[in-house]
Ligand binder design. Sequence first.
Ligand SMILES: Cc1ncc(COP(=O)(O)O)c(C=O)c1O
Length: 385
Amino acid sequence: MRPLVARIDLDALRHNYQLAVRCAPQSRAVAVIKADAYGHGALACAKALSAHAQAFAVASLEEALVLRRGGIDTPIVLLEGIFSVDELALVDAQRLWMAVHSRWQLDALLAFTPEMPIPVWLKVDSGMHRLGFAPAEIDAVWRALSAASQVGELHLMSHFATADATDNGYYAHQLGVVRKLARRLDAPLSLANSPATLAHPDAHGAFNRPGIMLYGSDPLEQASAASRALEPVMTLRAEIIALRDIEPGEPVGYGGRFRAARRSRIAVVAAGYGDGYDRHAADGTPVLVNGRRATLAGKVSMDMLTVDVSDISEARIGSEVVLWGRAENGAVLSIDEVARHCDTISYTLLTGVLPRVPRCYHELTHHERAHHDPTPTHHGERHQG
Ligand SMILES: Cc1ncc(COP(=O)(O)O)c(C=O)c1O
C-alpha cells in the first residue's frame, strides 16, 4: 500500500470539544462538522462526539442525511437552512433544525405544514454581509416566526467576520448590533464560532458554534492559554520512498525552484497535491522526519514531494514523514504553521485532503483510557475511505 494516511485522533477531538465546553460553561456547544467534519469524516466524528455534543451543525440537507443514515439522532442544525422549498419535507421528517436567512425561506416555511414544529435559527446580518436579514427587518420577521405554529424553539443567530483578530473594533460593532436586537426581543442567541468561543465570553449565547478548534487548529491571531491547549486531530503521515545526494547548485523538482546551497540529501516523500497537500507550499515549509524538523525543497508534485534531510542522518527509505500533526515520538507540527508557509489557512488544508488518502481512526480503548498515559497509541485503529 502507498504509505500515506490521514490519522484521526478521536480522543483529541473529544478533548477539544470539552475545551470548548469549559470555555463557555453557560452555553451549549454545537459541534460544527460541515464539509465532512473539515475533512476528518463527519460520521466518524459525530459518533465519537455523540455522547458529549448537544447538537451538530452542517451546511446542507445532504450532509445531515449522512449523519441520520449513520444512526446519529442528536439535533442537527442546517447553518444555511434549505436551498429549495421541497427540502422542507425532509427537514421535518428528519427532525432537523434550520437557519432562516432570507425572505423566500421564511415564506416557504410559513406556507408549509410540518408534522412537528421546526426549531429555527433566524439569521441576522450584523456586519459580515454574507447571509441574514438586515437588523431593521428582524423585529417583524421574529414576530412572524414567533407566532407561527410551524416554528418550534426560536433563536437569533449571527456570524462574526473578525472574531479571530487582535483588533476587536469590528467584532464589538457586530456584537453591539446583535445585543440591541436581543434585548428588545428577549431572544436566545447563537453567535460564537471558535475564536469567539475561545476569546470572547461576551459573545457566548444559548448555543455556541465551534468548528475549527475541534480539529485542533488555533483560530486566534494571537494564541491564548486556552487555544494552546488544543490538540491536533489529523496527522497526515507519509514515508520516504527514495533518497539521493546532490551537489551544490543542483536543482530539485519541477522548474528547479530549489537549488542546493551545499551538498544535500534529498528525500522523496509519498504525498503530493493529488492528495491535497498544497502546491503553494514554499521551500522551507516544515515537515517532521522521524519526529525531527526538516524542510520542503522544491515544488510539490502530484504524488510526491521532496524534503531536504541533510541534517537528519537517520533518514532512511521507510522513515516516517509527518506533514502536519503528531509524530510517533510525540513531536507536533502545527497545521497553522504549515498553512502560513502555503499562504493559506488550516481550513483549506484540512478540507482539501482528497478521498484517495485513507482516513485511519484511532482512539483509546476502555482499558487504555483507565490507565491513560498521554503518549500516542496505535490501538483501536479503523480505516475508512
Ligand atoms: C455559520 C457558521 N457558524 C460557525 C462556523 C464555525 O466556524 P469556525 O470553524 O471558525 O469555528 C462556521 C464556519 O464557517 C459558520 O459558517
